[in-house]
Design a binder for this molecule. Sequence first.
Ligand SMILES: Nc1ncnc2c1ncn2[C@@H]1O[C@H](COP(=O)(O)OP(=O)(O)OP(=O)(O)O)[C@@H](O)[C@H]1O
Length: 301
Amino acid sequence: MKPLVVDQVVKQYGDKTAVNGISLEVDRGEIYGLLGANGAGKTTTMRMVLGLIFPDEGKILYDGKPYSKEQLRRIGYLPEERGLYPKVKVSDQLVYLARLKGMSAADADRSLKQWLERFGVPEYYGKRVEELSKGNQQKIQFIATIIHQPQLLILDEAFSGLDPVNVELLKATVKELRDNGSTILFSTHRMEHVEELCRQITILRYGNEVLGGSLKEIKGRFPREKVRLAADGDIDGLERLPGVLGVKALEQGGWEIRIADEASGRGILRHAMAQAEVSRFEILEPTLNEIFIKTVGETHE
Ligand SMILES: Nc1ncnc2c1ncn2[C@@H]1O[C@H](COP(=O)(O)OP(=O)(O)OP(=O)(O)O)[C@@H](O)[C@H]1O
């Protein structure tokens, strides 16, 4: 039985349909990407999973059971708008939040110290939140999300505002939580993070699912329309080859060539090999970013 099943949920705000029959299932040890343009219905979906609002239609099951207060204790939520109290000490605040989730004060205190140590910031224990930089406040909020060892994690733009070192730190932590069996619903506009972390995704548009399934299988549905080519010398006439739609010389050397179909790629390789020693030739699969733009288009609110 899957830890999280969202089945045909619908949510209306007045006559506006924010979510229109979304279904998804997330397994243990899996990070599921929930994607979509601004206003597509991601936050509304996450709020329904959290039990903050209830679907007008459809159902959400946690280990096969409907929502209950007990379930809430097993969920960790990192909202996009961060919400720590600026004047309260990190230790007081996180122990309080962990106790609301059913942890004893002693266990919460021990766990907090371990996480602060692990994130390289043990000195934040006695600091007020407002004394920390924005990125470091975010690390604290991340600890607040996972301190009670939730089985189901809902992460909304988990890495925004962090420097690259801290992004890697939190990313490694999310992967570790996954490997230890957490069920993770992950929402972001950063497609490269989805490519790295998520096995399955749903892309929403105006509250509807426009693309869903395994990332690998979704990529297979889209044509490969780009060639990366590098050679030890110049190659003339690339733009005049059949099926070549555009040629861009890359800063780092070589070319990126837009092609009409994969068959045109073979003609490029033959042409290039006749003129120079080819050191790289690759027909690239589309990036998730490209797929997203193709699917969702420029339809932002
Ligand atoms: N409380 C509310 N009352 C009325 N309309 C709402 C409410 N919350 C969301 N909406 C509307 O529902 C739609 C979906 O909003 P939602 O916040 O779920 O989008 P989102 O995908 O999370 O967007 P973003 O990427 O900008 O965070 C939007 O059209 C929004 O205006």
